[in-house]
Design a protein around this ligand. Structure first.
Ligand SMILES: C[S@@+](CC[C@H](N)C(=O)[O-])C[C@H]1O[C@@H](n2cnc3c(N)ncnc32)[C@H](O)[C@@H]1O
Length: 340
């Protein structure tokens, strides 16, 4: 029987299979950290900032008997492992009241701390902090490109060759066209402009926020807003620390920046956007170098403080991780826990 030479589909279907299907990229044993570095891996200071935020949420909730920390898109549980290491020192006995949940499509890694519940969906009805670092950029989306007449068409990719070959499919219509018109207008634009159609991320985010009974939901990602969308889109691949051509064969991450303003508008009013630099500074992260005098009185403390300042500087670098966007959505939370 002759096999099909091509099978064309949109990027949303292709990325869903390549990332999460059997043998998909995020199911590989090395995990995301084998291919790229997020803020979680960059420094334990990131987990310290998340722990501080958790304490503030706990305070605002009045120190309930159980406080959930839901890590959505948890990788191999690195963030929760680091927060648990800080748990004994958290105020008001929060360490004992903490319920850590890793929400992940990959399998539970061997040797993970037994206190961490590993689930494939967010727990419903918890009170606490839901934190999603670099999750939304991996929620697959379709891509549109304007043809020679300026008509936005769905970009299709070959599921047989799996080499990233693309063609333009039908004109974008329905919900996709409505989303583009509102958030990333392409119609009538010059040929070859591209956009990633973000509504699946809004739906995913709204579900995540809706899973909380009370507390704060936070999504952190590289993002753009309507006034400055990238004209050719951002879909790309990552493999072993390098940016590569996006190929839907399960060998690389497939990621696209997040239209975070659209996600913010997808839930009830009250969402707020800020940069990671603003957020971590508001949580007490300090990138100032220690006083030189410390080097003379306590050289090892000086070296430790210098190294921490360097790590903090990387996390809040306005040209790097500090430019990431934090989307905050309080749910039945009586006070603002993160004033800039
Ligand atoms: C870029 S990694 C980030 C890992 C970790 N949060 C970090 O910052 O290092 C994205 C992770 O989200 C997971 N993921 C994507 N969609 C998911 C979903 N709907 N439910 C649970 N996990 C998901 C992927 O399997 C992957 O491990």
């Amino acid at each position: 029987m002759a096999s099909a030479k091509h099978e064309w589909s949109g990027w949303r279907t292709a990325a869903e299979r390549a990332l999460y299907g059997a043998g998909g990229f995020f199911r590989r044993p090395e995990g995301p950290a084998g291919h790229f570095r997020t803020s979680v891996h960059a420094s334990p200071l990131f987990a310290r900032g998340v722990a501080e935020l958790l304490c503030r949420v706990d305070e605002a909730l009045g120190h309930p008997a159980e406080v959930a920390l839901v890590d959505l898109g948890a990788g191999r549980g690195e963030l929760l492992t680091r927060v648990l290491a800080l748990a004994p020192g958290l105020p008001h006995g929060l360490g004992r009241r903490l319920r850590p949940y890793a929400v992940e499509r990959a399998e539970r890694p061997a040797g993970l701390d037994g206190r961490i519940a590993w689930r494939d969906a967010s727990p419903e009805g918890c009170a606490g902090l839901l934190f999603a670092n670099e999750w939304l950029d991996n929620v697959p989306v379709d891509v549109a490109e304007t043809d020679a007449d300026g008509v936005p068409r769905r970009v299709e990719v070959d599921l047989v060759s799996l080499d990233g070959a693309e063609r333009l499919g039908d004109p974008v219509d329905g919900e996709d066209a409505a989303w583009l018109a509102r958030w990333w207008p392409l119609a009538g634009a010059e040929p070859g402009l591209r956009a990633e159609i973000g509504h699946p991320r809004e739906a995913a985010w709204a579900r995540a926020v809706g899973s909380l009974r009370a507390g704060l939901a936070v999504a952190v990602d590289y993002a753009h807003e309507r006034a400055a969308r990238p004209p050719f889109g951002t879909l790309t691949g990552f493999r072993e620390g390098r940016e590569v051509r996006p190929v839907p064969d399960g060998s690389c991450d497939l990621t696209a920046h997040v239209a975070m303003d659209a996600c913010a508008a997808a839930t009830a009013p009250g969402a707020r956007l800020m940069t990671q630099r603003e957020a971590l500074r508001a949580l007490g992260l300090d990138a100032r170098r220690p006083p030189l005098a410390l080097a003379a009185t306590d050289p090892s403390a000086y070296v430790r403080a210098l190294s921490a300042a360097g790590e903090a500087a990387e996390l809040i670098d306005p040209a790097g991780l500090g430019a990431f966007t934090w989307l905050l959505h309080p749910v039945n939370l009586p006070q603002d826990v993160l004033r800039p």
